[in-house]
Design a binder for this molecule. Structure first.
Ligand code: M6R
Length: 614
């Protein structure tokens, strides 16, 4: 939520800031702004709405604005105050010499604001962030040292923040700090960068330094100085970023979402690579440090996650219970953290998160850690806060996911769960070797099956077109594909704003069936296996209420032609692995419906990719 970026060097700052903000747009897009030091004066440029509005303002004043070689920028996902120009960052103090950009929430901002107002500060916005600008200005007035002013300010601030600050009188300096919000420093030659996330830096440098909580960094073009909140000097490990700038290109696709859907066969290959070597070899999970004896003693697994990651976790529950005979609870992180959870050292707690920065999931795993549980994190970002908290790590290797709607990271999470379940089953000897070998073989050939689905996307496109004017949509499934129904519905609602819901097919007659008539599409996920006949009869019940019926199936059964108005056929697959194939057409249906409706596919309204507030 919210992206911040800072540049200091010899080049024109505005170009680098706008490029950085473009690559951070997935974190929010309600409003944006930059602050630059032009001719020894801090100047703010802000716009409500999409980043393009800010770019238009910059374009009109480019010859003036491009002179500056120092600046900070922000892209906002509103928490306190509407997404207006006044509330857009950067924020400033009375004299206008300080500019601050912030990602997070200042929890004690009301008390701070009251105190600052009493001391003569005039507020122009409704944001929590403006308190920081006034506070830093006050502290600077006392110390005449920007780093010290920021350090003293952070001693009074409660909550979560990543902050970048500049001051008109301290030329060639940016001060940045963080607490419970991500911040990375990029090291260049005669220039330095700071940002919420790597995509803002990767075009310019591969050398980076991740800040820990309560560290304060002072950047000049030629130096980086790091201290802790008590003013002790620190040294920090410089890492080489594994990302390539090409990850941020659409590669000819109209949207990142479509590109990322098409990347899934390779994502599966990447996740399996080095972990599943041959069907007669055990799975290798190098970063899982949980002792094999402890795995045998596990009496419970809890999985915490949000959104799409939660749906992957629900599939994970089915697989682990089936293969390993261990009871698994899955809970949204936001619920887990506000009740008395029974967790102990014999419970493995798995946190699943694409970004590794989801505030609720971070809090949930921290709580479980305090109770002695081993924490295993499944994440696409091994450089994230959550990964740094992990006892064991399963990096999912999906590559940078830009589209706000998660697709390839879901696939990577699913495959990771298959690997984890097989790994535990091999340690516990809880599954016959031939069954595990069959599944390993199926995992190896899965990418080809996904490729086949993608090759026939025109049929899916036709079906999407036929249903694009529907106001509501129901997805039904049973067993291991119930989470697929939830995920298909989530994809559709988040990018097309259609009221879509996933139900277990057996629950339909306990209430939702009342909604069915000729205007309601019902999509049945009808994969071969033990619940096939049951879903078929639930589909008959829906058809009898005149619903418009769509089947997603791996069956060649001719009888389906009578019952369903549209049939999306996918390659045959075992029931246990089917969620990793059946989700692909649902991602495409959601994509094509949103595209037909002319929606902003990659940046749907009100959403942000990384939800760093509780
Ligand atoms: O980064 P995370 O996986 O922790 O994010 C969790 C959710 O915010 C995320 O899955 C969200 O639901 C996506 N927009 C789904 O497409």
């Amino acid at each position: 939520m919210c992206g911040i970026v800072g540049y200091i060097g010899k080049k024109s700052a505005v170009d680098i800031l706008l490029e950085g903000l473009t690559n951070l747009e997935y974190r929010g897009y309600d409003s944006s702004g930059i602050a630059l030091n032009i001719d020894n004066k801090v100047q703010l440029y802000k716009a409500a709405g999409k980043l393009q509005n800010l770019k238009n303002i910059v374009e009109k004043n480019y010859s003036e604005i491009s002179k500056s070689t120092i600046g900070i920028g922000h892209i906002r996902w509103a928490t306190h105050g509407a997404p207006t120009i006044e509330n857009a960052h950067p924020h400033s103090c009375n004299c206008g010499k300080v500019a601050v950009v912030h990602n997070g929430i200042i929890e004690n901002y009301k008390e701070l604001r009251e105190k600052l107002e009493k001391n003569g500060c005039t507020f122009r916005s409704q944001t929590d962030t403006e308190t920081v600008a006034h506070l830093v200005a006050t502290k600077y007035g006392e110390t005449h040292d920007l780093t010290e002013a920021v350090r003293l300010a952070t001693k009074e601030i409660e909550g979560a923040y990543a902050l970048c600050v500049i001051h008109q009188d301290v030329k060639n300096t940016i001060v940045a700090t963080r607490r419970n919000a991500p911040l990375v420093v990029g090291l260049g030659d005669g220039e330095n960068f700071v940002a919420s996330d790597v995509p803002a830096l990767i075009q310019y440098t591969k050398k980076a330094m991740y800040l820990d909580d309560n560290q304060i960094v002072t950047l000049t073009p030629d130096s980086i100085k790091l201290i802790d909140i008590d003013n002790n000097p620190l040294s920090q490990k410089v890492e080489t970023l594994p990302w390539e700038p090409v990850a941020l290109s659409k590669m000819g696709y109209k949207h990142f979402m479509l590109k990322e859907i098409h990347e899934q066969p390779d994502v599966v290959r990447n996740v399996l690579s080095g972990k599943l070597r041959a069907i007669d070899e055990n799975i290798t999970l190098n970063e899982v440090t949980l002792d094999k004896d402890k795995i045998k003693d596990l009496n419970r697994i809890q999985i915490v996650a949000c959104g799409t990651s939660l749906h992957a976790a629900m599939v994970g529950k089915y697989i682990i219970e089936d293969f390993c005979g261990i009871a698994v609870d899955v809970e949204p992180s936001s619920e887990y953290i506000y009740r008395k959870t029974i967790t102990d050292k014999n419970t493995l707690v798995i946190g699943v998160s694409q970004s590794g920065e989801t505030a609720d999931t971070i809090t949930a795993v921290r709580q479980a850690k305090c109770k002695g549980s081993h924490i295993l994190i499944i994440t696409n970002r091994p450089d994230s806060t959550m990964a740094r908290e992990a006892d064991s790590l399963v990096p999912v290797n999906a590559g940078i996911e830009v589209s706000v709607a998660a697709t390839k990271s879901y696939m990577a999470q699913l495959i990771s769960f298959y690997l984890i379940a097989i790994y535990i089953a091999e340690v516990k000897n809880s599954m016959p070797a031939n069954e595990l070998a069959d599944l390993k073989h199926e995992l190896i050939v899965l990418p080809q099956k996904i490729e086949k689905v993608l090759a026939h996307k025109e049929d899916i496109q036709k079906c999407a077109k036929a249903f694009s004017s529907s106001k509501d949509f129901i997805f039904i499934a049973r067993g291991i594909n119930f989470p697929t129904a939830l995920e298909g519905a989530l994809k559709l609602k988040e990018i097309s704003y259609i009221n879509a819901t996933g139900y277990t097919a057996g629950e339909l007659k306990h209430g939702p069936i009342a909604m069915l008539d000729e205007s309601m599409p019902v999509l049945s996920i009808l994969m071969s296996g033990k619940v096939y006949d049951k879903i078929l009869s639930n589909s008959e019940e829906a058809k009898a209420r005149n619903a418009r019926m769509i089947a997603l199936t791996d069956s060649e059964d001719e009888k389906l032609n009578e019952l369903f108005d549209y049939i999306i056929r996918i390659p045959e697959i075992s029931e246990i692995l089917s969620p990793a194939l059946s989700i692909v057409p649902l991602q495409l249906i959601a994509y094509y419906i949103a595209e037909f409706l002319g929606k902003d596919v990659d940046q749907p309204r009100n959403l942000a990719k990384s939800v760093t507030v509780e």
